[in-house]
Design a protein around this ligand. Structure first.
Ligand code: ASP
Length: 358
């Protein structure tokens, strides 16, 4: 089996993401991750298994007896939520997912309150957390940090799994999981995701959720991806290179209304100005044509859906919020269930939960 203990960090970091995947599996060849670091770890089979498990967990949790069963599943485990970048939903939904499964949690939400402020390295901080916890759920502004920490931990005396809850401008694999889960649920009994058109709009250059979801969609057949953005914020070449290599249909556009007319799902994103390299850089970009309001809503098909990873600013008008096609609130709740499914699977509890009597 490919193991992180058999490869140096230098050699591992040079591999492409597909080649890294086997080093991160829980069990050889099964595909379910041990460390969850990027979207390329999930193929269609794994996505379907996780969505089925998420449905099962949400069903079991409906009764008190079922909820108590779930609370016992990982009652012997502890998770550390280590978030050195702002978060509301990702933090809370991972916390709630842990609570559903009975894990005890600890958290650092601001590096200024940890010893990193005194100059401790990330490696030493993570090593410290691993002394007290059985999993680290981490968000960091640094691209690739979760990968480095996963390698470090696997090569320590106390290997525990890392779950990437957002890394720089790079990846947000569990957001992409909840986005796929939302798409699967939205198009259930309506023919599924295959053959659909997904329109991404907003800051596609710096939005990590776009990169991760764009990749996951390549697991489905004949899904067309349309990228609508001002030229300065268009989708980066590394994303389109993957689509080209996989023969996925895509289009680059600056016309949101044209996109909405053909969309099965419109995925809006906010301007990620925290990444500006000069003060006021994003404010100079004309984003007026990249907002979803009443007129766009009128153009969306009756089965079309509106998604957003949130937080939103003004890119979706609040007048859309009560439309049944607005999925962004449901996305949040779906996130809790799919994260519970992932955490249960990482610890080997997929089958016990699927087969339990509830
Ligand atoms: N919450 C998402 C993220 O952490 C999207 C965003 O912040 O715009 O990437």
């Amino acid at each position: 089996m490919a193991k992180l203990t058999d490869i140096t960090w230098e050699d591992f970091s040079r591999l492409d993401l597909e080649a890294k995947k086997p080093y991160l599996e829980r069990t050889e060849g099964d595909g379910m991750p041990y460390h969850t670091l990027f979207a390329q770890q999930f193929d269609r089979g794994i996505l379907e298994r996780l969505c089925t498990l998420a449905n099962r967990i949400r069903f079991i949790n409906k009764s008190k007896e079922g909820a108590l069963y779930l609370k016992n599943v990982l009652a012997h485990k502890r998770a550390m939520l280590y978030f050195s970048q702002p978060s509301s939903r990702t933090f809370l939904s991972h916390l709630a997912a842990c609570q559903i499964l009975g894990l005890t949690t600890g958290s650092v939400r601001d590096a200024a309150t940890s010893s990193e402020f005194k100059g401790e390295s990330h490696e030493d901080s993570i090593r410290t957390f691993s002394s007290y916890f059985d999993m680290i759920i981490m968000r960091s502004p640094e691209q690739g940090l979760a990968e480095k920490m996963a390698w470090e931990l696997s090569n320590s005396e106390r290997p525990i799994p890392i779950l990437n809850a957002g890394s720089g401008k790079d990846q947000h694999p569990t957001q992409a999981l909840l986005d796929i889960y939302t798409l699967i649920r939205s198009f259930e009994n309506k023919g599924g995701i295959d053959g659909r058109t997904v329109v991404f709009c907003g800051d596609l250059k710096r939005g990590r959720t776009v990169r991760s979801l764009s990749y996951l969609l390549t697991n489905f057949s004949d899904v067309k991806q349309v990228f609508v953005a001002p030229p300065e914020l268009q989708v980066p070449d590394d994303v389109t290179a993957v689509l080209k290599a996989k023969g996925v249909r895509y289009e680059i556009s600056n016309d949101l209304r044209a996109g909405v007319r053909i969309a099965d799902a419109v995925y809006m994103t906010r301007i990620q100005d925290e990444w500006d390299t000069a003060k006021g850089e994003s404010a100079k970009i004309d984003t007026t044509g990249f907002k979803f309001g009443a007129e766009e809503l009128a153009l969306l098909g009756k089965d079309g859906i509106i998604m957003h990873p949130l937080p939103r600013r003004d890119e979706i008008a609040t007048c859309c919020d009560h439309d049944p096609r607005a999925m962004y609130w449901r996305q949040m709740r779906n996130g809790m269930w799919i994260r519970a499914a992932l955490i249960a699977s990482v610890f080997g509890f997929e089958q016990p939960i699927m087969n339990c009597g509830y």
